[in-house]
Ligand binder design. Structure first.
Ligand code: NAD
Length: 408
């Protein structure tokens, strides 16, 4: 008869010394939820991470929304006034995922209270706002992370490496696109996103800021640019209740859209390369159509967010093969960016939420190591905001301009 040996129950071995970091989230809409999910999962993917975040407070002015989220995420405390988070001495880090017009005030207060700051892009309504938050973080010596999540995709990291290694030669020209239909419906509620005082410059801060970050991450500094913008849906219905995400509000009284639906910018890079960035929130038929195509003298790299794990790459082997060059699809795998934290072999698809897990890991690691983060920080937010401000200036003046730190 077979004998089954059952091992005595053993205590779970403790991993390396870890500390816990009580965190709070301010604004529990789409992004607040994405940050909460990332905090909950991050240790599963990064077992040696320290400190380990523990979501302790959710702040949202919509009281029921905060309470529901707290029940779902097992969070002990909810508050409606974000100032209570800032005053709470037990909170070590804060995610600011509230609408853009609150970023400056909350971001500065969080940093001034000595709490580390993970803040969503675009960090305020203008470069001046982003600079104010950056100055507060520098003064307080706190770590920062900013939600430029697309650069966290392993295929984007692989593209960056290929470009830096000269695998596609000298960059000649590139095209970045961020097309979405989230505002394509004329009955999309006139939420904070469409108001200048609360949403800022519309698609420029919302999507073009992601593009500006990717342009810098992959191609370096922009020397000058010229831009054009448009509003295609001039009025939208006012919402009758609290909004979250991109909901419809058909039937309501209509009010004016105060910021742009569309932007295109032509850029001259400091390297001499030429680049086009185009972003739209009203692209019918385009859902999260984000990506880039970068051409060099010896090859090309192409990436599409919707096929996140695939990098199209063509590399010349010399001998004049740059005409009719074959381009192949490489599935990312361990060794590309942070892919190994998710899967042991190539070509298992990752998703948007995984990019937020990577962002959370880099944020926590920067706190634990008291070093600069390997991810996007407030410095990157200032740089992207200066590009976006330059687009606005270019449209106003009808001229080429340089994205520099200009106080308006
Ligand atoms: N990184 C990305 O890919 C990405 C994607 C979407 C949004 N964002 C950014 O995230 C931020 C939030 O966007 P969202 O789509 O989650 O918006 P949302 O409208 O879904 O959520 C905003 C939340 O903030 C709450 N809020 C409003 N005023 C508040 C206050 N005074 N105190 C506390 N809470 C308050 C609202 O009740 C709501 O729950 C924006 O800055 C946006 O640009 C980033």
């Amino acid at each position: 008869m077979a004998v089954t040996t059952v091992a005595d129950p053993q205590p779970t071995p403790r991993g390396r010394e870890t500390t816990t970091l009580p965190v709070a989230i301010v604004g529990f809409g789409w992004m607040g939820r994405a940050h909460a999910q990332a905090y909950a999962r991050v240790r599963h993917h990064y077992p040696h991470l320290s400190p380990v975040p523990e979501l302790a407070v959710i702040a949202d002015e919509v009281v029921d929304r905060a309470a529901e989220a707290a029940a779902q995420f097992d969070v002990p405390t909810t508050v409606s006034d974000w100032r209570r988070v800032v005053e709470d001495p037990t909170i070590g880090a804060v995610s600011v995922t509230a609408p853009n017009f609150l970023h400056r005030e909350i971001g500065c207060a969080v940093a001034a209270a000595g709490k580390h700051l993970w803040i969503e892009k675009p960090v305020g309504l203008s470069a001046a706002d982003a600079r104010a938050v950056a100055a507060a973080a520098a003064d307080a010596g706190v770590q920062t992370a900013v939600g430029f999540n697309y650069r966290n995709a392993p295929a984007v990291a692989a593209a960056r490496e290929a470009i830096a290694a000269g695998e596609i030669g000298e960059i000649t020209h590139a095209r970045f696109r961020l097309f979405s239909d989230y505002a394509a419906h004329p009955d999309g509620a006139l939420s904070w996103r469409f108001q200048a005082e609360r949403g800022g410059n519309g698609v420029l801060g919302d999507l073009a800021s992601h593009g500006a970050d990717l342009v810098w991450y992959l191609l370096g500094d922009i020397d000058s640019l010229v831009a054009d913008t448009a509003v295609f849906i001039a009025e939208r219905p006012r919402p009758t209740g609290a909004t979250s995400g991109h909901q419809l509000a058909g039937g309501g009284e209509r009010g004016p859209v105060e910021n742009d639906d569309y932007v295109s910018a032509q850029m001259r890079m400091a390297s001499g390369a030429r680049c086009v960035l185009e972003a739209s929130r009203v692209s019918v038929g385009a859902q999260n159509s984000y990506g880039f195509e970068i051409h060099g003298t010896a090859g090309v790299v192409r990436w599409d967010f919707r096929r996140m794990g695939e990098l199209e790459i063509g590399r010349s082997r010399g001998g004049g093969d740059v005409q009719d060059l074959a381009v192949s699809t490489r599935f990312v795998g361990p060794g590309d960016g942070d892919y190994a934290a998710f899967q042991p072999g190539a070509a298992t698809a990752m998703g948007y939420d995984d990019l937020k897990v990577i962002e959370a890991a880099r944020f926590c690691a920067s706190i634990g190591e008291a070093s600069g983060s390997s991810g996007a920080t407030i410095v990157d937010a200032v740089r992207a905001a200066e590009v976006v401000d330059a687009m606005t200036r270019s449209v106003r003046d009808g001229a080429w301009t340089t994205p520099v730190a200009v106080e308006e």
